[in-house]
Design a binder for this molecule. Structure first.
Ligand code: C5P
Length: 231
């Protein structure tokens, strides 16, 4: 059994919108709806746990799930002050029978069912997997005063995206260890790595961008328009 956790409890201040980021419209539809629809179309995913802010906890069923006919959300849970707290809230409410947990940011609405299926397939083989892309720009490490320390070998670098897929028990252990020891991570893989579990990176889809700034929204609209055009 595979369940997806969708953290959607962030405010998204860098987007400069009054509306919380997951509810900002993209091609006329709330971003979180686009994300949930993409995950619903993946046949391997049994159900979804949606993590929302306190403000949306009561509203989300009627205003989002019912209105846009999203049917595979098994639970709506309240997130926390950080992404890590939000994902942990989702993780704690997964079904005990669930073997695999897939975590995907609500802020990545352009994910495709094809890439999600590919990640799940790879997770079944490799145990822990996330998508990554080779950075397009030359990347340098700098010191506190912005002097270059080193130019990094791009071929060995990966910018990491979601969905990330793990065995549920491993991910739970990784989160519990991180919480107990007081360290944090901006993705799941970094916590799993600290357990000493190997994480495999497979090639990500560059169109699966995270919507962070107003420019990302423009780019996402353009990608959606291109996808609609008959080829
Ligand atoms: O802020 P950022 O874009 O990195 O957030 C990534 C994802 O984590 C978003 O989908 C956001 O809604 C979610 N998040 C959350 N709870 C927080 C902060 C972020 O669910 N406290």
């Amino acid at each position: 059994m595979i369940q997806a956790i969708v953290p959607a409890a962030g405010s998204g201040e860098r987007l400069g919108s009054k509306i919380e980021k997951p509810y900002v419209l993209l091609a006329g539809i709330p971003m979180v709806v686009q994300t949930l629809r993409a995950l619903e179309s993946v046949k391997e995913i049994d159900s979804i746990v949606l993590v929302v802010s306190r403000r949306w906890q009561k509203r989300v069923r009627r205003e989002i799930l019912e209105r846009y006919r999203i049917e595979r959300v098994a639970a709506v849970v309240r997130g926390g002050a950080t992404r890590m707290e939000s994902v942990y809230a989702g993780l704690s409410s997964l079904d005990q029978r669930t073997q695999w947990a897939l975590v995907h940011d609500a802020a990545r609405p352009l994910v495709t069912s094809k890439e999600v299926s590919r990640l799940i397939q790879s997770a079944r083989r490799d145990g822990a997997v996330c998508p990554g892309i080779i950075p397009k720009d030359t990347t340098k490490r700098v010191d506190e005063d912005n002097w270059v320390k080193k130019t990094l070998d791009r071929c060995r670098l990966r910018a990491v995206l979601t969905p990330q897929v793990f065995r549920r028990d491993i991910l739970l252990q990784a989160y519990e260890r991180a919480l107990a020891k007081g360290y944090s991570g901006t993705d799941e893989a970094s916590l799993v790595e600290r357990l000493g579990v190997k994480v495999k990176i497979i090639e990500g889809n560059p169109e699966n961008i995270k919507i962070t700034t107003p420019e990302d929204l423009l780019l996402a609209e353009a990608i959606l328009k291109k996808r609609k055009r008959p080829s």
